[in-house]
Design a protein around this ligand. Structure first.
Ligand code: SAH
Ligand code: AVI
Length: 531
């Protein structure tokens, strides 16, 4: 037998496109292809420009390439600039060139159902279909048009059953398969249409990838796909109606929170600053040199400058938050100021997060940073899970600097959550506004009032939205009734003692190394270590 038939050919899936921007949909198609087609690898071919599209909508090629590598984040996905290096624009030419230099690879072309709709407009599309097998992955709303498209009709007789997908690579083209159960709601076009309102660094204001100019990378894990609608409906169906405080933070909520931090009554922000600045030398010495920092719930990234200024040779700063546009805007601004590489990840900190450490400069160790006492917004169980996940994310020999709001006089606590200007009330009521605008909920805002009090059995401030009369919130035709005085529980803000924090930490891989507080003992900074 000739050698090429003796050795099993490497099965390579090719996913071509502008990756403008790359997103989890590209990754999911690739993972599905690896599994369903039995591939050894998927290569992402980042095209310099699609002649069918307006070249003005493209972000810089280097940014798309770099971001694609971050989003791919998988050993079997290779991001390639082959088309740019070879000066190739059309897939038909790219395939010929790839086959010429890789005679022992079995290539398969991967595309979403939306790609199949327009496939007959691609240059030399019949040549493509005769050159490589094609796998088409369904996208919501595209199945009918894709299967009725000109190319699908003409190639109809060459279509194989999804059950035979494993044999696709080994089948002589033309051959193709349509995999109907691989839907993913994301597409680059949909992501591009989400506008970023303003930023110091954005020059293509309608393109999410543009801030990468200032950021080492921006990784969007799309935490918003965790369903606001489903969570609201589930929470309104409970005996004590409840909603996660993570839903406070849309663009308006994030801005209201920033205003809260400047209120006279809201002591935590300025007290935390005092704790840090009074003890800066000790805190930064305990952290040590060449740390890379990962901040959870970074918000406006206000506190990172204090830390970075004091640290010896800090390696990098990665900001992470659920509030996408707020994160992009603030991380991009801080990237202009800090003397180290800055990156951003949009994610939910209740989910596992893998840090793409390889795309940042090497660090001696990672430092998690979680200021503001946001840990107090979690139940003890959720806080324990969070600390365990953080240890996995940050890796061995990591440290974690956490800000905690301490138990104190009830009047001081209650005033901080019932400010005279009503900013906290507006922050709380913003949840109802979101339900109206994003879920089409029918409700009367005036029927509800902000209600915050200190629960001294649980050592926490509770925030609720309280019905002032008999009323209802109607979503998708279902009414969730409130009797007068009934509440929707929107947030807990647990207050700590150092002993309570240490008891919690001791149930996780972390140990409390050192802690600091202010003169009045109102706020604490705790340094944990997992080594
Ligand atoms: N760290 C800042 C901001 C605290 S406000 C400070 O100390 O002032 C809480 C921040 O956590 C907000 O920016 C909010 O968007 C973010 N956040 C809330 N829930 C989150 C979640 N589940 N995942 C990621 N970020 C979250
Ligand atoms: C973000 N978190 C720590 C704030 C807190 O104090 O619990 C959120 C907040 N809620 C009302 N005011 C501020």
């Amino acid at each position: 037998m000739p050698p090429s038939q003796k050795t099993e050919r490497r099965r390579i899936g090719l996913l071509g496109g502008s990756f403008n921007p790359p997103h989890q949909g590209h990754r999911e198609i690739s993972l599905a292809a690896l599994e369903r087609l039995g591939l050894d690898a998927v290569w992402w071919l980042v095209t310099p420009g699609n002649p069918l599209k307006d070249p003005k909508i493209y972000a810089a090629y280097e940014d798309r390439l770099r971001l694609a590598r971050v989003v791919a984040n998988h050993p079997d996905i290779v991001v390639s600039d082959f088309e740019r290096r070879r000066g190739l624009t059309y897939t038909a030419e790219t395939l010929d060139a790839l086959q010429a230099i890789n005679p022992n690879a079995a290539f398969v072309w991967l595309m979403g159902a939306d790609g199949l709709e327009n496939f007959h407009r691609w240059k030399d599309w019949r040549h493509i279909a005769e050159t490589v097998p094609i796998a088409v992955f369904n996208r919501p709303g595209h199945e009918t048009d894709a299967l009725a498209s000109e190319a699908a009709k003409e190639l109809g007789v060459f279509r194989i059953d999804p059950e035979d997908a494993m044999s696709l690579c080994a089948t002589e083209p033309p051959v193709w398969v349509f995999l109907p159960d691989t839907e993913n709601p994301l597409s680059s076009t949909a992501i591009r249409s989400r506008k970023i309102s303003h930023s110091l660094t954005i020059d293509q204001s309608d393109d999410l990838i543009a801030p990468c100019g200032a950021l080492a990378f921006f990784l969007d894990l799309h935490p918003d796909l965790g369903d606001f609608r489903a969570d609201v409906i589930e929470g309104l169906s409970l005996p004590q109606k409840t909603i996660s405080p993570k839903y406070f933070y849309d663009e308006a909520g994030s801005k209201l929170f920033d205003q809260i931090t400047e209120l006279e009554e809201y002591y935590p922000t300025r007290t935390e600053k005092e704790v840090f600045l009074e003890n800066a030398g000790e805190i930064t010495a305990a952290i040590g040199p060449r740390a890379a920092i990962f901040e959870y719930g970074s918000g406006s990234s206000e506190k990172i400058e204090w830390l970075v200024k004091g640290l010896k040779e800090p390696a990098a700063y990665v900001a992470m938050d659920i509030s996408r546009d707020h994160l992009l805007e603030n991380a991009s601004s801080i990237a202009e100021v800090l003397p180290i590489p800055v990156a951003a990840i949009c994610a939910d900190f209740h989910s596992p997060i893998e840090l793409p450490k390889s795309v940042l400069p090497p660090a001696d160790h990672w430092l998690g940073y979680f200021p503001g006492s946001t840990l107090g917004n979690m139940t003890l169980g959720a806080a324990k899970n969070f600390l365990e996940r953080a240890s996995a994310t940050l890796g061995e020999n990591a440290q974690f600097l956490i800000g905690i709001d301490l138990v104190k006089d009830k009047a001081v606590l209650e005033a901080a959550y019932n400010d005279a200007r009503g900013v906290t009330a507006a922050f709380n009521m913003n949840l109802l506004k979101r339900m109206k605008s994003e879920l089409g909920a029918k409700l009367n805002l005036d029927d509800f009032e902000h209600y915050a009090f200190y629960n001294d059995v649980e050592d926490r401030i509770e925030m609720h939205l309280r019905a002032q009369c008999a009323t209802a919130i109607e979503i998708d035709g279902e009414a969730y009734g409130f009797v007068p005085g009934e509440t929707l529980h929107t947030e807990n803000s647990h207050k700590f003692t150092f002993e309570k924090l240490e008891r919690l930490v001791n149930q996780t891989p972390w140990r409390l190394e050192k802690s600091w507080t202010d003169e009045k003992g109102w706020f604490g900074a705790c340094l944990l270590s997992n080594s």
